[in-house]
Design a protein around this ligand. Structure first.
Ligand code: NAG
Ligand code: NAG
Ligand code: NAG
Ligand code: NAG
Length: 359
């Protein structure tokens, strides 16, 4: 009797120990972050996360799920209506395109969102943020976003933060509640209609994004023009460079892969420190091109006061043929050797806007 009681107690102790271990699982890779509120954590956001095809307009080097595997927790996506798709075809009308779908079309957004959904299912202790931008100021309806999130199975895990509340739950609270996908859009939100589609500029401001050299990064508020609560809102620190390429007398802007090691190294940490001193808190979202170059993940670990464990990035293996980065020059020559239809669409679009590829 006594022996079996002891045995039972031992089992109970073991079970308690096991559940303690699982309660102490990492949140976004670090157990120390479980108790930290979402808005106090610094995260790498990939600029134009979907743009990783071999294309001079690409801002990244590997797929969205590889980015997530490597530790990226924020995705900046562009919602664009292709000219040959009907606006009234929810679930198919939003494509991931680089300003114009003739330049870079990564397909219907719901496909990439499904990839994110599978990744989240396989990684139950992770909180991910999606930020939509709407190039050309073309707003989609909240119900269009609802349709693609439904198609991708993402509605159930989408988190709703009440508008006007800048105090977010901890990562552990979000994970335990099962609501661990946060979605912002710069245009087209209506939280009365679709509560989880958060209006970015009610919660977040951004530093200027149109930078052409490392000295141009500034810690000033660029968008929105009139932030409601700049002392308490989260912020995106934009930290990527555009180069100018002269195409037939017209200047167009292209990502600078050849400079990314440097842009994403000390330059990134220095701007984070500058913004920390300007705004009194660390950047929430560090938005970068080619996150696999430089020290992006080491830098956010440092800002988050956690210890980064050096591990080879899957992204470098996936993009090994171009690892180390094509130079700006080879980007230019590959651009010049792309098809004439792409060339003419580039020229066409660039005539329309000098900030051709800035978003
Ligand atoms: C739209 O055009 C693209 C590029 O030509 C093509 O790949 C795609 O299949 C077309 N989509 C539809 C719905 O026709
Ligand atoms: C703001 O949201 C947090 C997290 O959900 C919650 O704990 C808090 O009560 C909310 N504050 C207000 C004033 O509603
Ligand atoms: C890391 O430490 C700094 C300085 O004490 C603090 O401002 C920041 O909020 C901390 N970050 C996290 C995620 O705890
Ligand atoms: C970037 O840094 C990596 C690692 O140090 C190096 O292998 C690669 O050649 C560098 N790429 C460029 C474009 O400087």
């Amino acid at each position: 009797m006594y022996a079996s009681f002891t045995f039972g107690a031992a089992i109970t102790t073991i079970l308690a120990a096991v559940s303690t271990v699982s309660a102490q699982q990492a949140c976004n890779g670090y157990s120390q972050l479980c108790s930290v509120p979402y808005h106090h954590i610094s995260t790498i956001v990939t600029h134009n996360s979907y743009g990783f095809a071999a294309n001079p307009a690409a801002n990244q080097a590997c797929s969205v799920s590889t980015q997530l595997d490597d530790g990226v927790r924020g995705l900046k996506l562009s919602a664009v209506l292709p000219s040959n798709v009907s606006a009234s075809d929810p679930a198919n009308n939003i494509h991931l395109c680089h300003t114009s779908c003739t330049i870079l079309d990564a397909g219907p957004a719901k496909d990439t969102l499904s990839e994110v959904g599978s990744w989240l299912k396989n990684n139950p202790n992770e909180v991910v943020t999606i930020m939509w931008n709407t190039p050309n100021n073309k707003a989609f309806k909240p119900t269009d976003f609802q349709a693609i999130y439904e198609a991708a199975g993402l509605v159930d895990i989408s988190y709703t933060q009440p508008s006007g509340n800048n105090t977010w739950p901890t990562l552990q609270e979000m994970i335990s509640s099962g609501k661990r996908l946060v979605t912002f859009t710069d245009l087209g939100a209506n939280q009365k209609e679709v509560p989880w589609l958060l209006s970015e500029f009610d919660y977040v401001f951004e530093t200027p994004y149109d930078n052409s050299n490392e000295n141009s990064f500034k810690c000033t508020i660029d968008r929105p023009g009139d932030p409601s609560d700049p002392e308490n809102m989260m912020y995106v620190m934009n930290h990527f460079l555009y180069g100018s390429l002269n195409l037939g007398g017209t200047a167009i802007e292209i990502p600078q892969k050849g400079k990314a090691n440097s842009t994403n190294g000390d330059s990134l940490l220095n701007q984070a420190k500058n913004c920390q001193s300007t705004f009194g808190r660390n950047p929430t979202f560090l938005e970068v091109d080619f996150f696999n170059y430089g020290n992006t993940l080491q830098i956010v670990a440092q800002l988050n006061n956690v210890t980064y464990t050096e591990t080879p990035l899957k992204c470098n293996q996936q993009s090994s043929s171009t690892a180390g980065g094509a130079s700006a020059k080879s980007d230019a020559s590959s651009l010049l050797s792309t098809s004439s239809s792409m060339y003419s669409s580039l020229v066409f679009v660039s005539l329309g806007s000098i900030l051709l590829w800035t978003l």
